[in-house]
Design a protein around this ligand. Structure first.
Ligand SMILES: [Fe+2]
Length: 404
């Protein structure tokens, strides 16, 4: 079953991982161990396939040598071999891939890596948003396309959780025993901190290997050693990487408050004043940081930062209505019910979860037979107009509302 359903605007992590539930994933696998979820071949229908990929790649000005990379035998191919210097949409000169040259190199066995594709279509934005909402993290998607028995990468670990969504062909993934202790993008804690020989040495024994087929998902917690080898000609997967906030982000939050205390802005003692003077400052500031860690404003700021820690994926909702549009409620019955703490809108076509905060506006809509947009906006003054229009348009595409 495809996870993208007609008229459904929001995807959840549960939709993507099904039949596994989001709760099971966070309970048993998240940040614990790798997971393979086999899926039906049409699971990612509408999200990615050869024709969607061709369409994306053919949009020349979207790409540069940085966002579209080619590799052969684990080595990057120099941009000059597949790009030409062209003016981009901001007027800067960039190396832009030329389809004919890229295709020639792919024929010779090169692998293609299309970076940052998570904003490039509505379905891709929906997938990325589902991961961001569940993780409170930033999701980024790269696409890998490789050919028979060619390895684009040697054994490595990533500094964020990875979900490989398998799209076309087949690829064998090898997952190794070693899981590096929570690596991050830091010179001493990322892949680049080790030589190839060290990676081979420390990846450990093979934990398992698995042939991913279209519709399959492989979850790798941050730090788990792995590699992948295309076993069919033309294997495509999307790697969803999710960066979560870590303990060091608390240090940054504390720093943001500490700067207001003059003690943190004073010069440190000169070395001539002796070690004791510096030790005393260290102790004093350490205590102040400890006090700050108990300050409820710091906690509130941190929670707010985490709640908004995702990429902006807001969408355009043109046209802008020049008149006060009228909406009619379609014959239901539609009902807003609470199911295990979340609100669900049920109707003749099934049930959809209601985004938190929308239950009030939705129950107002259900209580009306017909209403004008202006009346809806004035009844919900705290709802921004863009969010209100999005909700109205979502309800229209779900068949709850019709514009008169
Ligand atoms: Fe990786």
């Amino acid at each position: 079953m495809p996870i993208l359903k007609d008229g459904q605007d929001t995807l959840t992590l549960g939709d993507i991982l099904a039949p596994m539930t989001e709760a099971e994933f966070f309970q048993d696998y998240y940040d614990k161990k790798p997971l393979h979820i086999p899926g039906s071949a049409d699971k990612f229908k509408g999200i990615m396939d050869w024709s969607i990929l061709n369409e994306l790649l053919s949009n020349g000005p979207l790409w540069s040598a940085k966002s579209l990379g080619l590799q052969i035998d684990k080595q990057p191919i120099p941009a000059a071999l597949y790009c030409e210097s062209r003016e981009d949409r901001s007027g800067s000169m960039v190396m832009q891939p030329i389809a004919g040259k890229v295709m020639d190199l792919l024929h010779q066995g090169a692998s293609l890596i299309a970076n940052d594709i998570d904003m490039m279509s509505k379905p891709l934005r929906q997938v990325a948003s589902a991961f961001e909402a569940a993780y409170n993290g930033k999701a980024q998607a790269n696409l890998y396309c490789s050919w028979d028995s060619r390895k684009a990468f040697s054994s490595h670990f990533d500094t964020h959780d990875v979900f490989a969504l398998h799209i076309e062909g087949e690829k064998t993934w090898r997952v190794f025993e070693t899981r590096m202790p929570h690596p991050i993008r830091h010179a001493r804690h990322s892949n680049g901190a080790y030589t190839e020989a060290q990676h081979m040495e420390q990846r450990g024994e093979l934990l398992f290997d698995v042939v991913l087929k279209p519709g399959d998902i492989l979850y790798l917690p941050r730090g788990q050693y792995h590699d992948a080898l295309a076993v069919s000609s033309g294997a495509v997967h999307i790697a969803l990487g999710i960066v979560s906030l870590v303990g060091l982000d608390i240090v940054d939050a504390l720093k943001d408050f500490a700067v207001e205390d003059e003690a943190f802005r004073l010069n440190l003692p000169r070395l001539a004043q002796g070690e004791t003077a510096t030790r005393s400052v260290l102790e004093d500031l350490g205590n102040k940081l400890h006090q700050l860690s108990k300050n409820p404003n710091v906690l509130a700021a941190l929670l707010q930062y985490q709640a908004s820690y995702s990429y902006d994926r807001s969408q355009y909702t043109l046209p802008i209505e020049s008149t006060d549009k009228q909406f009619n409620l379609v014959d239901g019955p539609f009902r807003l019910v609470k199911d295990k703490g979340t609100f669900v809108l049920t109707g003749p076509r099934g049930a959809v979860p209601v985004p938190p905060g929308s239950e009030g506006p939705i129950s107002w809509i259900l209580s009306q037979k017909r209403f004008r947009r202006g009346a809806f906006l004035s009844a919900h003054e705290r709802l921004p107009a863009a969010a209100a229009d999005r909700l109205l348009s979502d309800l229209q595409s779900m068949g709850v509302l019709k514009s008169a």
